[in-house]
Design a protein around this ligand. Structure first.
Ligand code: ZN
Length: 870
């Protein structure tokens, strides 16, 4: 396997011969604050056994320079054994000591040891991110999840800094400019889970303790950190509250004491993903530290991530997948637990399942209909495959399927199985069968057929109600038709809804049943009067796309906003009036969005539902996803002849709802943002400008810094802002966030020069850090600038292969996905995409996969436009 890649076979062979006893890693980042120093000193000592003395193997290392390699006391010739990505180990003994000293590079892409300088105060901050295989950018190692070992980290850093790693530090020594932090050895963990965070971080400390069943007391020191310049915005209390609720809940449900000592949560700059579950040292994107007002949905989302990462301490960190094929074992589970624990742990976020049904599943449905979809248990040949599988299948579909499994075996058996699994495989590695064995033992149900249907196949089923009535309007048959291959067993609820005295559409009957095969009758419904609405998969137990019969669809067209949940049996829940959040309503919104995406509902009909009912949507998370979907529908699914009309209608709707929303409410903020997303007309832009310069005012709307930037982005994209004005705004907000947003606004200006500058800075140069690459791309691609960006379609296809070959995979993925000409929704763009695919059968599979997915989105957009034009 050439270059930076590593194949499953290589990993399997290496694991068959090597057993790692321990790592000792010393990193010297004492000169990190000097921007002229591109590297830091890394010294690794690995003690390991080899089952076949005399065999050859290799360690992984991506470093600009290796100073020395010593194996069992013998200095090896660096030029001979190091090729830039691997260190060849020529002859191994039964027991080995390997010492590698290297100069490793600070990262600007969020991969490896990332270095960031805060524009506010000039302070330097470092953190690591490795998954799936970037620990080798920081120290020499055996980079695969099933070669676990205890790690002892020692870090030399500027004296004024703090350093965090997976374990507690035992000693800090040294005087003068630098000090050395010596950390305790970790429990056996995988390389991708190790972490170091260093810098003058602001820290809030707390403590968690719990009496265990055996009478001992478990003590867990807690810390939450962020950059100093964000300290004023850091609501550590709220973060630590959710943390403690989660620790209580997981100890109760998992019955295995938290195994990693202390629990630090570090919010770090320019982070590529949401968060990473490093044992004892979780890293989060610092956008979760809210600088300006955000809606309750943002707090809910952060709590979900906190609980997701915490679930990983058991599922993923304590018990780890053997290879990336079984990535789902940890991600599906953590994704499911993120929502499950929000309710179970008693957090204040009661809408978790509504959000899951409405937002998380949308990600899964989208991914599962790509031609590149895959079974939840995937076939991961190498690291490039692995990198692309942190996707809607591994996370959201996997979590949906676990939700279905809980409906199938019951929560008690599910958690009992999980408990047995943790105890049996603690500090080890597992595959699918290990989990099924544990669940079968406790649940008593054969899960092999279930697993074959749900975990080892791809694609989403569609469920459609078929209703027939007699002359009196009574149901003679209600059946559930299942489409899509393969057909699967589904445990579902069917809800029948009628209008009550207040006009609300409320459930009157609920039938829970197993759906199997092509057609399943709902016998209990026979004889009942035809309801206003039949809702399949009510309560969202299974994973499927839901359709409606004609009569039900007609009810939704005139009354989607009237849908309300039935009162919960125990009196709990989110409330039951039509003004209360409703899972049924969220499911209906999700279903009509799928109809639109599938070209079965004209975009104008979907937008009509949004115009009529979004203003009444009480769940702000659902409302914000409606805003996003409406913006997508307008940009790519609308018949081009009608785009302007739809856009104006949406902007007017935003303006109306903005004026109606309660002052200071989340809804008011959401509508203000949506107005910025849709404003094109001069009077709407004038209104935004007035809000910015203070000549306009909306009662209760705080035009804070983040909202200011979203208004500036709207003005910039319409050519109604100047670079000088954007520079002035940056001067007012001279922060990392301000810099990103100003960059995005500049790239959004509708001039050939702005587009060329954005394109060149990303495609022709490797200077920008990940965060600014993202900002340039986000600004470049504006739906209203089709003519201006059309010229970049051809250069895009020409650049693909060199971008993939030359850039780090994180940056390459952003360029390939971000610069695809997705607003050029024409058959010509589709033809150009097909031509590239046909001419590059041997391009990297991961690159082809990304292009195929962009192509599929485009083809879908063309179908939806056709439907809308009919
Ligand atoms: Zn995760």
């Amino acid at each position: 396997m050439p270059g930076k890649n590593l194949s499953r076979e290589e990993a399997r062979d290496r694991a068959a011969t090597i057993r790692v006893e321990s790592y000792r890693v010393h990193l010297d980042v004492s000169a990190a604050a000097d921007p002229g120093r591109p590297t830091f000193r890394s010294t690794t000592r690995i003690s390991f056994d080899c089952a076949e003395p005399g065999a050859t193997s290799f360690a992984d290392l991506l470093a600009p320079e290796v100073l020395s390699v010593e194996l069992n006391g013998l200095a090896l010739d660096v030029a001979e054994v190091f090729d830039g990505t691997r260190v060849t180990l020529p002859v191994l003994a039964a027991h080995n000591e390997l010492t590698v000293v290297a100069e490793c590079a600070y990262s600007r892409t969020g991969e490896g040891l990332h270095r960031f300088v805060d524009p506010v105060d000039g302070e330097t901050y470092l953190y690591t991110h490795y998954e799936p295989a970037d620990a080798r950018r920081v120290f020499a190692n055996f980079e695969q999840p099933d070669l676990k070992a205890p790690f002892t980290f020692t870090v030399t850093a500027p004296a004024a800094w703090d350093v965090y790693a997976n374990a507690v530090h035992e000693r800090v020594s040294g005087e003068g400019a630098a000090r050395t932090w010596e950390f305790a050895p970790t429990r056996p963990i995988s390389t991708y889970l190790t972490a170091v965070v260093a810098g003058p971080y602001h820290v809030v400390r707390d403590h968690y303790s719990r009496e265990l069943p055996d009478g001992t007391v478990l003590e867990i020191p807690l810390a939450a950190t962020c950059r100093r310049s964000l300290a004023a915005h850091f609501d550590a209390d709220e973060i630590l509250t959710v943390t403690k609720q989660g620790l209580d809940y997981f100890h109760q449900e998992f019955d295995y004491p938290y195994p990693f000592g202390k629990y630090d949560q570090c919010f770090v700059p320019e982070y590529n993903i949401g968060a990473m579950e490093n044992p004892g040292c979780v890293t989060f994107r610092e956008e979760f530290v809210f600088r300006s007002k955000v809606t309750e949905a943002a707090y809910e989302s952060r709590a979900n991530v906190i609980l997701h990462e915490m679930a990983h301490m058991w599922f993923g960190d304590l018990v780890t997948m053997k290879w990336w094929d079984d990535l789902w074992l940890k991600e599906s589970f953590a994704d499911f637990m993120g929502s499950y624990a929000q309710i179970g742990a008693g957090t204040r976020y009661r809408s978790a399942w509504i959000t899951f049904a409405n937002r998380r599943k949308a990600w899964a449905y989208r991914q599962d209909q790509f031609p590149t979809t895959h079974p939840i248990t995937a076939d991961i040949r190498d690291l490039e495959d692995a990198k692309l599988n942190f996707d809607g299948i591994t996370y959201a579909k996997g979590a949906s399927v676990l939700k279905q499994l809980v409906a199938y075996v019951g929560p008690a058996a599910f958690f009992e199985g999980a408990r047995a699994y943790f105890k049996k495989h603690a500090f080890g590695n597992t595959v699918l069968d290990d989990l099924l064995d544990a669940l079968e033992e406790t649940g008593g149900r054969d899960l092999r057929a279930w697993s074959a249907a749900w975990l080892q196949t791809s694609g989403v089923n569609t469920l459609t109600p078929e209703v027939t009535c007699d002359a009196e309007g009574r149901i003679t048959e209600l059946a559930v038709r299942q489409d899509g291959a393969p057909l699967r067993p589904h445990r579902i609820a069917v809800g029948l809804y009628d209008r009550d005295a207040d006009g609300a559409l409320r459930r009157t009957d609920r039938y829970e049943l197993d759906v199997a095969g092509e057609r399943t009758a709902v016998a209990a419904a026979v004889g009942r009067p035809l309801p206003a609405l039949v809702l399949l998969n009510d309560d969202d137990l299974t994973y499927c796309k839901v359709r409606f019969d004609e009569h039900s669809l007609e009810t939704l067209r005139t009354g989607l906003g009237d849908l309300a949940d039935a009162p919960a049996a125990d009196g709990t829940g989110t409330g039951t009036g039509t003004g209360a959040p409703s899972l049924a309503r969220a499911l209906a919104w999700s279903a009509v969005w799928n109809l639109t995406r599938d070209g079965l509902m004209p975009t104008r009909d979907y937008l009509d539902l949004v115009l009529r009912f979004a203003g009444r949507e009480s769940d702000v998370g659902v409302l914000q996803s409606l805003h996003q979907q409406a913006a997508t529908a307008l940009a790519v699914y609308a018949d081009p002849a009608h785009r302007d009309g739809y856009g104006t209608a949406l902007a007017e709707c935003a303006l109306r709802e903005l004026s109606l929303a309660a002052p200071g409410s989340d809804h008011q903020l959401a509508w203000a943002r949506f107005l910025a997303d849709t404003a094109e007309r001069a009077d709407h832009l004038q209104l935004l400008r007035g809000l910015l310069d203070g000549t306009g005012r909306i009662d209760g709307l705080d035009v804070d810094q983040e909202l200011r930037w979203s208004f500036w982005l709207a003005l910039a994209a319409q050519g109604a802002a100047t670079p000088a004005e954007l520079a002035a705004e940056l001067a007012r907000d001279h922060t990392a966030s301000g810099r990103r947003q100003q960059t995005q606004c500049l790239a959004a200006l509708p001039t050939p020069g702005a587009k060329a500058a954005a394109w060149t800075s990303v495609v022709d140069s490797d200077e920008l850090p990940n965060a600014l690459v993202e900002a340039q791309i986000a600004g470049f691609n504006q739906p209203g600038q089709r003519e201006l960006t059309a010229a970049y379609a051809a250069p895009y296809f020409e650049a693909l292969e060199s971008v993939w070959a030359e850039r780090s995979i994180e940056i390459a993925m952003r360029i390939v996905g971000g610069f695809f000409p997705r607003y050029q929704t024409t058959p010509d763009t589709l033809a150009a995409t097909d031509a590239w695919l046909a001419a590059h059968p041997d391009a990297a599979p991961a690159l082809r996969r990304l292009v195929l997915e962009c192509r599929d989105d485009l083809a879908r957009a063309l179908r939806a436009q056709e439907c809308d034009a009919r």
